[in-house]
Design a protein around this ligand. Structure first.
Ligand code: NAD
Length: 462
């Protein structure tokens, strides 16, 4: 006799093992496999070609609206899923993306006319773009990339960080909801429910994908740049901040505490080590403690080092479970009860708090003799990432010299680091800052191909 119940149980478990389990709510644009995601996005790109720039702009406007409406939801989801950062700052980051990511206005055409006629250069789309996103700004990067890439006429396939897949895929769903509301095609941005290295590999190698964009640490940027395809790499940083004797010290102290503690120091642009000229170092530290910093001293500094760092091949590396945690949790671990938002401590230049990109609300401060020493050490601590660097000074020569020597993509003077991405500073925002490949602060124009159209003996009317 055949036991039908037994057979159907076996069939069910086999089906389950073949098809990954879907969450209760079917998310728009999110697929069980990368193969299905790629097929869907290729179809969407073909449909998008029939849309006008005005229609694309409507889609961008809808993405802005929904992002503002659901900023808090995504902020809460992001903190809960990754265990990193904090909700109020993640809300601000989503608002920044919604309000200050450029749309189609970022695209422009060039015209050359002369005796031979007229030549037009237009910014065309790549087609389907493959984007790898980080755990530190998961939904922010998905939405910001989508806006720039769609504005430029592309469709996007994402392979989000596995540790932030739910919130990143929520953002994929949000973008698709917005596009559909604006009358756009289905599945204009896609992703997979369970992103892995295997799905990433399939995406990178797929002939459907014409441009790759990676936002993350050195490993992923290196992998994309060796893929044989055109790639935009937005890699790691370790931004130094210098304070010299001409700075407004009270303001510098507050700005540094605000920038360095923002989202618990997760942003790649955030101040990660400080070089203070010795004549103002005490005043700077004292003002930092008046603005939410806790000054850690003596044995506690080394105890903290042993909590948040691990030794790997004789080098210090971050202890991942402490990345993006609240400052008060580190202090609690040390037996200190405080609501401080940033931990500061004086260390020497070789200390890992200076040399390692920690992404924790801990700021090492090195006391230096003068601006020459400050610039020398700050340039070395940036490790040639060419990412971000900051300074507080009123001496134009010092400001200029540091900018020239450090050669970073973002350089902020006399403000918190986030002014560099348009929060309290002029200019648009992005969450993909491409230092290694040179696109800088990416926006719609970064995701375009230059195309030339030549008409001989015509349209030249002078
Ligand atoms: P991460 O490098 O661990 O992960 C980023 C993405 O790359 C993830 O999707 C991950 O799954 C993938 N990945 C990592 N190594 C890979 C490999 N070898 N092959 C294929 N995929 C790989 O980064 P994270 O911890 O999520 O984010 C923090 C890092 O990203 C920091 O170094 C920070 O400076 C950097 N970052 C840079 C920018 C920028 O705009 N330049 C923005 C945000 C974060």
């Amino acid at each position: 006799m055949v036991d039908e119940k037994y057979i159907s149980e076996i069939v069910e478990s086999v089906i389950k093992s073949i098809k990954p389990e879907l969450p209760e709510k079917q998310l728009k644009g999110v697929f069980p496999t990368m193969t299905e995601a790629l097929e869907a996005v290729q179809k969407a790109y073909k449909e998008l070609k029939g849309y006008t720039v005005e229609q694309r702009e409507k889609m961008i406007q809808k993405i802005r609206e929904l992002t503002l409406k659901e900023a808090e939801t995504m902020a809460i989801m992001g903190v809960e899923e990754t265990g990193m950062g904090n909700v109020p700052h993640k809300i601000i980051k989503h608002q920044l993306v919604a309000n200050k990511t450029p749309g189609t206005e970022d695209l422009s055409a060039k015209v050359m006319t002369g005796d031979c006629g007229m030549t037009l250069v237009e910014m065309g789309p790549y087609g389907v773009i493959g984007s790898i996103t980080p755990s530190t700004n998961p939904s922010e990067t998905v939405i910001c990339n989508s806006m720039g890439m769609i504005a430029a006429g592309n469709a996007v396939v994402f392979n989000p960080h596995p540790n932030a897949k739910n919130v990143a895929n929520y953002a994929v769903d949000l973008v698709n909801r917005a596009v559909l509301e604006a009358g756009g095609p289905e599945n204009l941005v896609v992703s997979v429910y369970k992103p892995t290295m295997k799905t990433s590999d399939e995406m990178v190698k797929s002939p459907i994908v014409k441009l790759l964009v990676a936002t993350g640490g050195p490993g992923v940027v290196k992998m994309l740049l060796s893929s044989g395809k055109k790639a935009i790499g937005a890699g790691a940083g370790n931004p130094p901040v210098i304070v010299d004797e001409t700075a407004d010290i009270a303001k510098a102290a507050k700005d540094i505490v605000d920038g360095s503690s923002f989202d618990n120091n997760l942003p790649c642009i955030a101040e990660k080590e400080c070089f203070a000229v010795k004549s103002i170092a005490d005043e700077l530290i004292s003002n930092m403690t008046k603005n939410g910093a806790y000054l850690l001293k003596g044995q506690d500094v080394e105890r903290l080092k042993n909590i948040c760092l691990v030794q790997k091949d004789g080098k210090y590396d971050i202890n991942k479970k402490w990345v993006g945690k609240d400052a008060k949790l580190f202090l609690k671990e040390l037996g200190i009860n405080s609501d401080a938002k940033l931990i500061i401590c004086e260390v020497d230049n070789s200390h890992p708090f200076i040399q390692v990109e920690m992404m924790m609300p801990i700021l090492g401060i090195v006391r230096v003799n003068n601006i020459d020493e400050a610039i020398d050490l700050a340039v070395k601590a940036e490790h040639g990432n060419r990412h971000s660097a900051h300074i507080h000074s009123k001496n134009v020569d010092n400001l200029t010299r540091f900018a020239r020597e450090v050669e970073t993509t973002i350089f902020v003077k006399n403000a918190p680091s986030y002014a560099g991405i348009g929060a309290g500073g002029e200019g648009y925002t992005t969450f993909t800052i491409a230092g290694p490949t040179g696109e800088g602060l990416t926006a719609a124009h970064s995701f375009t191909r230059q195309r030339r159209c030549v008409l001989v003996d015509g349209f030249h009317i002078v």
